[in-house]
Design a protein around this ligand. Structure first.
Ligand SMILES: Cc1ncc(COP(=O)(O)O)c(C=O)c1O
Length: 912
């Protein structure tokens, strides 16, 4: 991405504000240094080495390893013209960084080769001496002390290390607000920050992007660099970090300042260094503790006799068997030792948690920025049904993206909710949908208001981000909807987006990120004035047209902020499959609390899987301690894949990853942002897009167009899986979806690029060797995949038989009545898709009304829902579908329809 992207060529001077250049970029810099050292030691160009070292020295200031001494040693070797030592040291540091061995091995910190005696001075003997691995992190120290004193300051901190410490950390020292910001953005190892008063504002390094951001945040001169201001900035960027403040002034007053609530502890002067050290370790321990998992491990070690069901518990039925022993050997004994149906002894009950599960859920709520969290062990499919059931009663209206996951639709069926389906913008070219424009949502609310039915509209239900990566402007959507209906509840399905909490770039666009910004806005005294200004501007009784055109501001005095988010923890964090969470930030939660418990009782298994619950607990721990770095890496990897595919001369002839401009029409990119890879794009322009645009693209979700290589999505997915061991999930008619996550490495990228090159080469060879015939067939295939694409059918309407309780001009319908109509076989008929009777009925009636959900994969949204009137567009789409998996449709029997006689009966029955 412009200068922020992993580089094509080295910029003139290493910049400290390349925030998309994460661990991969850093590794590249070290590799470049080693290469330059090799060239120099072979008698080559020394200037190149000097330049590489100077470049690297700038950003290495923000890292604990290699640290001040090793960097100084590198510079000394260079100054002495000692190419051999330079190469040896650079190589050793690079290996230590790549293998992460410096986290455990004291020798990696030595300025000399293997144990030459200077280790104790640099690192006390306790370092690495533990038999068990002690997790390593880094603590950022922001100080006004002159740089010349930093080595001595770092040594002071190291002296505090004790053998009993559960963790070990290395100080990273910076002297300005800008450097502190860069260090928090660039160094994922930082887990705690100590802010001393008296530091400056500006870094001495070049940082144009950062300066444009600080200027827009109102940080212009040195007096803006206060400790509190910095604490707030860091908390906004990385809320998981523990912040400590050291002040020589009136600490009591500081402690009472509400703005200081972001700080974990305030210390007076530096005299209590050991206290501070202990506080830092305690803060990490708090994040490290996993109440349920810790207890499960203890439970597994206890000698327990079980006299309840669950024979596999303790593993005896497995390990004593000749026939199923391999299962035990495959999974290992702990799995069975930790199996139990007990809810006591530290194991707690999922249905009524009071102990370790409750505590684990509370920690998850803290980590995810919610008021409370429910763990769910049956996937987000269940989380969504739970939320819908808890929040809505029969007859309530919900505005729902028709393209959302089926669990929402089924949730509405079960709860008797009347959906108002709203349509996402279509991406017909790729046979997929985008996201629902805010205008459409406002129109639905205003239509309900015009009919006097707004009180029945309880919920807005949207998917953020979508499977394909469209991210809503969650804050704007909620604010504008609350301006029309101040107590509207929001359910954001963030099945794919749970990880986004740990990206400062993506977080404001998550449900909880936006909810917390809105909450702050509601408490800001300036907000009432903002509302009044907007009201005056709109005048009394503004027209719907005016309301649609204007960016609405809610009345902060009336708003009831009620936000729910579901996420498939297993899809983006280290939880076992089906691990999911429901997040709640609802000022009126007490009014639905009992319903929520009922929903848990309805949907949760009474035998929840212990390993799954433990994995949710552990996934939270990991993200709180290393989520920032893992997510940065996932984004960096995605940007590398995007760049490599689109610029590779051969691959880009046949494949392309769609950028933001390919995925989001220009009208929804108000900031003018084109793409991460577009010339001139940088972190600031991407951030502006995140702040302003109606829709943004999640860079980690990459739509790879394969129709241009002659493959349909399913074919290409199978080719990658069967011939190259590359697995992916979603396909469309002419594309596949690649996804990077916290698990991916640069090797995965290399493998993918290699495979795409091989496939491109094979296509190229076929075309070259196959003659005109082959080329024509290929062109025809590409045309069919890329241009002869069926129009995506919008939701038509519910049949009148299911709209007796609906508004005359609003589209809701009784989906549950439609669903249950199919339970009586005599009420249904089947007509085969290509039967002429279908066309006749479309022409002359009686209408064709679906008796069930029909969901083709891909695209994965319901083409038909129960009670829906079928139109020519729906039938045409079904007839052109060339996918094998269509849930709810049996080609031999045909479409399942509600019989016209049954419709007539239903209509009259309801009139009576
Ligand atoms: C948007 C969305 N919501 C919910 C789900 C269901 O999640 P789970 O697989 O965790 O049940 C999916 C599954 O793909 C999904 O795409």
């Amino acid at each position: 991405m412009g200068k922020d992207m992993p580089k094509d060529a080295k910029p003139a001077q290493q910049r400290i504000d390349q925030f998309f250049s994460g661990p991969g970029g850093r590794a590249d810099n070290w590799r470049d240094l080693v290469e330059a050292a090799k060239a120099w030691s072979r008698g080559g160009d020394r200037a190149k080495y000097d330049a590489a070292l100077a470049d690297l020295s700038v950003t290495e200031e923000f890292h604990g390893y290699p640290g001040l001494q090793l960097m100084a040693a590198l510079r000394e070797a260079a100054a002495a013209g000692d190419a051999a030592t330079s190469l040896a040291l650079a190589t050793r540091i690079t290996v230590a960084l790549t293998t992460r061995s410096f986290r455990q091995h004291a020798s990696d910190w030595s300025t000399k080769e293997e144990g030459n005696g200077d280790v104790p001075e640099l690192v006390p003997p306790t370092f690495g001496a533990h038999t068990t691995r002690r997790p390593y992190f880094e603590t950022l120290i922001v100080t006004g002390v002159a740089p010349g004193q930093w080595p001595a300051l770092a040594a002071e901190w190291r002296k505090l290390r004790r053998p009993v410490d559960a963790f070990i950390y290395e100080p990273v020292i910076v002297g300005s607000l800008e450097d502190a910001f860069c260090a928090t953005m660039l160094n994922p190892n930082i887990a705690a920050v100590i802010i001393n008063e008296g530091f400056g504002l500006r870094s001495r390094h070049n940082a144009p992007v950062l300066r444009s951001i600080t200027a827009s945040a109102g940080l212009n001169d040195e007096s803006d660099a206060s400790a509190l201001r910095l604490a707030q900035i860091i908390k906004r960027v990385r809320p998981e970090l523990d912040l400590y403040m050291i002040s020589n002034r009136d600490v009591e007053e500081l402690a009472g300042n509400p703005e200081a609530s972001v700080v974990r502890r305030i210390f007076y002067s530096v005299e209590e260094l050991l206290e501070l050290h202990l506080s830092i370790l305690e803060g990490i321990q708090d994040r490290y503790d996993t109440p349920f998992f810790d207890n499960l491990k203890k439970y597994a070690q206890r000698p327990i006799g079980t006299f309840h069901a669950l024979p596999i518990a303790r593993g005896k039925s497995i390990f004593k068997s000749d026939w199923i022993r391999d299962m035990g050997e495959f999974y290992g004994a702990n799995l069975f030792l930790a199996e139990s149906s007990a809810t006591t002894g530290g194991l707690d009950s999922m249905l009524e948690p009071t102990g370790t599960i409750k505590k684990a859920q509370e920690k998850a709520a803290r980590a995810l920025g919610a008021d409370r969290v429910f763990f769910v062990t049956n996937g987000t499919s269940t989380s969504n049904k739970m939320a819908v059931q808890a929040l809505l009663a029969p007859g309530d209206i919900a505005i729902v993206d028709r393209n959302c996951h089926k669990s929402h639709h089924y949730g509405m069926v079960l709860s008797g909710v009347q959906p108002v389906y709203v349509e996402a913008f279509p991406m017909t070219e790729y046979s997929m949908y985008g996201a629902v424009p805010l205008r459409t949502i406002k129109q639905a609310l205003l239509a309900a208001r015009a009919e006097g039915r707004l009180d029945r509209v309880k919920l807005l239900d949207l998917t953020n981000c979508t499977f394909d990566g469209h991210i809503y402007n969650t804050r704007r959507v909620m604010e504008e909807c609350l301006a029309i209906k101040p107590d509207l509840i929001f359910l954001w399905d963030e099945a794919w987006f749970g990880f986004a909490r740990w990206s400062p770039f993506l977080r404001p666009r998550t449900a909880m990120g936006a909810a917390s910004d809105i909450e702050a806005w509601l408490h800001d005294p300036a907000s009432v004035a903002a509302y009044e200004r907007k009201r005056a501007e709109l005048g009394d009784n503004p027209s719907d047209a005016a309301l649609l055109e204007t960016r609405l501001v809610p009345d902060p005095r009336k708003v009831r902020l009620r936000v729910y988010q579901t996420n498939s923890t297993h899809k983006s964090m280290s939880a076992l499959r089906q691990g999911s969470m429901v997040l709640v930030k609802d000022v009126d939660y007490h009014t639905v609390e009992e319903q929520f418990h009922e929903a848990v009782f309805t949907h949760a298994s009474t035998s929840p899987n212990q390993q799954l619950i433990a994995s949710l607990d552990v996934a939270r721990r990991q993200m709180e301690l290393e989520g920032f770095g893992l997510v940065t890496n996932a984004i960096e990897i995605a940007l590398v894949i995007r760049r490599e595919v689109n610029r590779h001369p051969l691959i880009s002839k046949y494949f392309r990853v769609l950028g933001a401009d390919g995925m989001i029409p220009a009208e929804y990119r108000q900031s003018g942002f084109v793409d991460f890879l577009a010339p001139g794009a940088n972190w600031a322009s991407a951030l502006r897009s995140m702040q302003e645009d109606e829709f943004c693209l999640d860079p980690t979700r990459m739509t790879l167009v394969c129709g241009t290589a002659g493959y349909d999505g399913t074919q290409f997915k199978n080719l990658l899986a069967n011939d190259y061991n590359i697995q992916l999930n979603k396909t469309s008619r002419n594309s596949v979806l690649l996804q990077s996550n916290i698990n991916n490495t640069r090797s995965d990228v290399a493998h993918l690029i290699r495979v795409l090159m091989e496939i491109s080469r094979a296509v190229e060879a076929r075309l070259e060797q196959g003659g005109d015939g082959e080329r024509q067939t290929f062109a025809a295939r590409v045309k069919s995949l890329m241009t002869d694409v069926p129009d995506l059918p919008n939701f038509s309407c519910f049949h009148e038989a299911f709209r007796h309780d609906a508004g005359s001009a609003t589209p809701e319908g009784d989906i549950r009545a439609g669903f249950y109509a199919a339970y009586n076989p005599t009420s249904c008929e089947h007509i085969r898709l290509f039967d002429q009777a279908i066309d006749q009925r479309l022409e002359n009636g009686p209408p064709l009304v679906s008796a069930n959900f029909v969901i083709p994969y891909p695209p994965g949204f319901p083409i038909m829902v129960p009670g829906q009137v079928l139109t020519r567009e729906t039938i045409d789409f079904m007839r052109k579908l060339d996918v094998k998996e269509i849930h709810g449709y049996n080609a031999t029997e045909g479409l399942k329809l509600v019989h016209p006689d049954a419709l007539a009966k239903l209509a009259t029955a309801d009139r009576r």
